[in-house]
Ligand binder design. Structure first.
Ligand code: CTP
Ligand code: CA
Length: 226
């Protein structure tokens, strides 16, 4: 069987995708995490591979299968995700779909914390690095297209716009993650693509379809940019 050179709209391109949650250890048996299945990020990685790209997927702990055709780098914490992302550059396109824990415990206990007469412990937290903003603000080595997500329960478009500017992203995929939408962990997504040019409202689609449509949209933008 002959190996075929990749073909498709992203042939010859490197696409970097983050996906899943991060786990921030409290002690050897406990962690802080976000509610994320990895389904949307993994679907984007699969679609990019289908489009002929070389794909690096940096993923937090998830229970779903690796997408076909992607090189998967497994990490647990936000600090590890940031290091893996920077190590994977250069890339033509970077899509940040991971639900990164905003905070981590200031100190990780080496041994299991025990219940005691003192009552519940207080968790002191410290802020994690913003991986998307770090890459969006890179001078040399910045991917041509840097895309983030905005997971919001309120003021979706306004908050998405603020993230577009703050993180120097080329696009923000804004989605409503209120519990009643069933987006977190569910099969479907309703997204709005925010750019400097305005807002595109996409219909409710499967996460696989959002992945394919986003990849087609990115390939067209990359092509247009020359
Ligand atoms: N993100 C990141 N690193 C972080 C936090 C977020 O790379 N430490 C990325 C996410 O992958 C996503 C985008 O930034 O692409 C927006 O994430 P979101 O949680 O919606 O925004 P935050 O900036 O963390 O703000 P907040 O949670 O307060 O709304
Ligand atoms: Ca956040």
């Amino acid at each position: 069987e002959a190996l075929l050179a990749p073909s498709g709209p992203l042939a010859g391109r490197h696409v970097l995708v983050t996906s899943g949650p991060t786990h921030e250890p409290i002690d050897p048996v406990r962690y802080l995490a976000n509610r994320s299945s990895g389904r949307q990020g993994h679907a984007i990685a699969a679609a990019a591979a289908e489009a002929g790209a070389r794909v690096t997927l940096v993923s937090g702990p998830v229970s779903i299968a690796d997408p076909a055709g992607a090189a998967v780098v497994r990490i647990e914490t936000a600090e590890e995700m940031k290091a893996a992302v920077l190590a994977a550059l250069p890339a033509d396109i970077a899509v940040f779909a991971a639900a990164v824990a905003d905070w981590r415990p200031q100190a990780t206990h080496g041994s299991k914390m025990k219940k005691g007469a003192d009552g519940p412990p207080t968790l002191a937290l410290t802020e994690n690095p913003d991986i998307l903003a770090t890459v969006g603000r890179l001078g040399e080595g910045r991917p041509r297209l840097v895309v983030g997500f905005a997971a919001e329960t309120d003021d979706l478009i306004a908050n998405g716009r603020a993230k577009l500017a703050r993180k120097r992203a080329d696009a923000i995929v804004a989605n409503d993650v209120s519990a009643e939408t069933g987006v977190m962990g569910g099969p479907a997504n309703t997204v709005h693509i925010l750019t400097a040019d305005g807002v595109e409202d996409w219909p409710t689609l499967s996460k696989a379809e959002v992945g394919r449509r986003l990849v087609a949209w990115l390939a067209a933008r990359l092509e247009a940019a020359g």
